[in-house]
Design a protein around this ligand. Structure first.
Ligand code: GTP
Ligand code: MG
Length: 348
């Protein structure tokens, strides 16, 4: 949550009935932040036997959002563009330590946004995530001030790993190569292995609690789709899968906004036959429109010899652009520069 805001507990909401506080606590909702990220049908449904109807749920959420708006934590329904610019200027970026790759991201992975990294196997998705863990320099720098001024836990990263590919020793190695403090960084990463789509959905439901407890600034989900893709593989299950994916992304978007955190998700690819070039295939990010619309930034990776090429497929503020990088002991690094523009273009 934003550092300058004092946490407001549920019971401190003006005029809230004590039985409503009890009901919310049963749902493990204890702060205004946790209430503000709910959606009315979810809140009403989950309460089950201790019934809160959709209208009451909507009213409670609206009160929570109003408190956060008055605190300047959340934006108002309508904002003057001037204020919007000021809000944007406050956005933090988490760098990877690769100069060109960070420049490609306008400085790093942005807070209040979901950045999707899609690409085929071995294209570097998990390596980028681990490099990001190691090099979240802005996180550490901002935090020194924060710890001195508040009683908060040190800023942290939550790493949700659905493919069991996170390696603490790899993060240690990257941090060491970048002359950062590996021990400090590893202490700030909360890693969780997830084995089923249901477990992932429950974890994403519960994330607000952990984001507050661990003072999290960056959430990484590597990958958002693999479990759902494996478990909902038949044609008849596609609609269900997409709906579940959509719900998760919707929640993540709300968390990014309310808690002012960066969310990075990885995505797999699907191959299609290229009708205009028989015998050839092309790749697209999996998850269809649900993932496409759920992400703020979409980065697509492909292999290019020993290098990797990242393309910005969708961004609200950047042109379609590419950057080349390599994976090395030091994480992700700028690819060797080419002598001429021509050489560079022919090597993409
Ligand atoms: P999937 O999860 O299988 O879809 O792939 P991914 O896109 O997550 O690939 P990942 O990020 O795991 O990249 C794997 C590639 O990174 C390997 O094929 C290696 O080429 C490279 N790599 C991993 N670790 C190192 C390392 O320590 N040094 C170097 N030079 N390359 C590495
Ligand atoms: Mg991977």
């Amino acid at each position: 949550m934003p550092n300058h805001i004092k946490e407001v507990a549920i019971q401190d909401i003006p005029d809230i009935a004590s039985d409503t506080v009890d009901k919310l606590r049963k749902l493990k909702i204890t702060s205004v932040y946790q209430l503000a990220v709910q959606s009315p049908p979810e809140l009403a449904m989950e309460i089950g036997d201790t019934f809160i109807d959709v209208e009451s749920a909507a009213r409670l959420i609206a009160i929570a959002r109003k408190i956060l708006t008055e605190n300047d934590t959340l934006s108002k329904e309508f904002m003057i563009a001037d204020d919007l610019l000021e809000k944007r200027n406050k956005i933090t970026r988490h760098a990877t330590g690769s100069e060109k790759f960070d420049a490609f991201l306008n400085g790093g992975f942005e807070t209040q946004a979901i950045t999707e990294i899609a690409g085929e196997f071995g294209s570097g998705k998990s390596q980028i995530c681990q490099a990001l863990c190691a090099a979240a320099i802005t996180l550490l720098e901002n935090d020194r001030l924060d710890i001195r001024m508040t009683q908060r836990a040190p800023a942290s990263i939550i790493f949700i790993d659905t493919e069991n590919t996170f390696r603490a020793n790899r993060v240690h190695q990257i941090a060491e190569q970048k002359n950062l403090d590996p021990e400090d960084i590893l202490k700030r990463i909360y890693h969780c292995n997830v084995y089923s789509s249901e477990q992932l959905e429950v974890l994403i439901d519960d994330l607000p609690k952990f984001i507050e407890q661990y003072n999290t600034k960056l959430v990484i989900v590597d990958s958002i789709i693999s479990l759902h893709r494996a478990e909902f593989s038949g044609r008849g299950t596609l609609a269900d899968r997409q709906q579940r994916l959509g719900k998760m992304l919707n929640k993540l978007r709300r968390y990014a906004d309310v808690y002012d955190i960066a969310i990075v998700i990885t995505n797999q690819v699907v191959s299609y036959a290229d009708i205009s070039h028989p015998g050839f295939e092309y790749m697209k990010a999996a998850g269809g429109n649900v993932v496409a619309h759920g992400s703020t930034y979409r980065v697509f990776l492909r292999k290019s010899g020993k290098n990797r090429v990242a393309t910005m497929e969708d961004s609200p503020c950047q042109p379609h652009q590419r950057v080349k990088f390599t994976i090395s002991e030091g994480g992700i690094q700028d690819a060797n520069s080419y002598k001429t523009e021509e050489e560079s273009n022919s090597a993409w």
